[in-house]
Design a protein around this ligand. Structure first.
Ligand code: UD1
Ligand code: UDP
Length: 355
């Protein structure tokens, strides 16, 4: 089969690593990078480090308001699909690149396969929720990471082409764990001791673009008195500067704001963190995989299994709730196997092989 795959944002490069590897055994893949993420440490670093095949095309769309960004992607992707006439278009997750790829393909009557289908936060204020719902609606193959995701689709009347494959992020975490262990230690570089620091990430617009929310989060980090390592997403850096919070963090002795790191060093930081504070989807699960207690600074999560198992707690951006979780939250339950056996990518490839 001739497959066109569309990626554009950091977590999609990570998801594509194991899937592309599995697909390319039996199929030909043409990789489009929309250019949604473009900083060296948000894009190229991942291709180099994870051995992902270089994109065949980079549309270099860059940043912009949702309509403009998605619209420009649509125009660029459509041109390539008209030329390539693939048998299938593969999209990942819930970004504007995902939606643009799915719409461009569906309008040209090219079947769409969606990896990470069926996730729902039930919060339509999130751009990702709109992207997911629409992408799932027009997808022909829906590769769900969990049973919960399959159930969501069934409740929306989507039953054809739905497969529970397991989570490709789990495949990636297992596959790259060995390489992460061999990579130069970021803990040594930052002078960190194992299990003596908190790791934080934050990039959801509900947290970053809202001064009260971002202030609550930063103040909680500072007032915790714990060493907090904080790889800062470029979106967040813009708002930390705007609200005067970058200076505030730099003055506090316990906060280490750093540039975004590569996936292998991120895995190191996650594995040895005492606790993880995040609003990222991927990071919540990686905390779970590494059995590190996770504090999710959102009012809800798509990865409900991590909360049900007692390994993840939802605090939103409320300073007191975050502080309380930093001192008081500790998991009490055994984990269950919700995310598959690390072979989700192979399962996806097998389904495509059988078509
Ligand atoms: C996007 C996705 C989000 C995903 C996240 C992963 C959408 C709507 N959102 O959010 O689902 O969780 O990626 O990280 O698709 N910027 C840079 N350099 C870059 C990339 C971004 O400076 O390489 C800055 C720009 O100021 C830009 C802002 O970050 O305006 C936001 O980038 P954008 O790609 O629009 O959304 P994310 O917040 O990254
Ligand atoms: N990640 C990374 N470096 C960082 C921060 C995150 O490699 O500095 C990885 C993280 O380990 C996870 C993925 O990026 O695999 C999550 O991406 P992000 O938080 O940007 O998006 P989300 O998962 O929320 O869509």
């Amino acid at each position: 089969m001739n497959i066109v795959t569309i990626v554009g944002a950091r977590p999609q490069f990570i998801k594509a690593a194991p899937v592309s590897n599995a697909l390319r055994k039996n199929h030909s893949e043409f990789l489009i990078h929309t250019g949604q993420h473009y900083d060296e440490n948000m894009s190229r670093l991942f291709f180099d480090e994870l051995g992902i095949p270089a994109p065949d095309v980079n549309l270099e769309i860059g940043s912009g308001p949702h309509g403009e960004q998605t619209g420009r992607m649509l125009v660029g992707i459509e041109k390539i699909l008209l030329e390539k006439k693939p048998d299938l278009v593969l999209v990942y997750g819930d970004t504007n690149s995902t939606l643009a790829g799915a719409i461009a393909a569906a309008k040209l009557q090219i079947p769409v396969a969606h990896v990470e289908a069926g996730l729902r936060s039930f919060n339509r204020d999130m751009p990702e929720e709109i992207n997911r719902i629409l992408t799932d609606k027009i997808s022909n193959l829906l590769f769900c990471p969990t049973k919960t995701a399959v159930d969501h689709l069934h409740k929306e009347g989507i039953t054809t082409g739905v497969h529970q494959t397991g989570d490709v992020m789990y495949d990636a975490a297992l596959h790259f764990a060995g390489l992460a262990d061999k990579k130069e230690s970021i803990l040594a570089k930052l002078g960190l001791e194992r299990k003596h620091y908190l790791l934080a990430t934050c990039h959801r617009p509900q947290n970053t673009d809202d001064e009260q929310a971002l202030t609550g989060i930063v103040e909680a980090f500072i007032e915790s008195g714990e060493t907090v390592v904080f790889p800062v997403h470029p979106r967040t850096r813009v708002f930390l500067k705007k609200f005067g919070l970058l200076e505030k963090m730099k003055q506090a002795e316990n906060i280490m704001p750093i540039e975004p790191v590569g996936y292998l060093q991120m895995l190191q930081l996650e594995k040895f963190a005492k606790k993880i504070l995040t609003d990222s989807g991927g990071v919540q699960k990686e905390a779970y995989f590494y059995k590190v207690p996770c504090i999710t600074m959102r009012p809800e999560t798509e990865w409900v299994e991590t909360v049900q198992d007692g390994w993840n707690i939802l605090t939103g951006s409320d300073k007191q709730k975050i502080l309380h979780a930093i001192t008081g939250f500790s998991p009490t339950h055994e984990q269950k196997n919700h995310y598959g056996n690390g072979k989700a990518s192979e399962k996806i490839a097998e389904i495509l092989n059988a078509m």
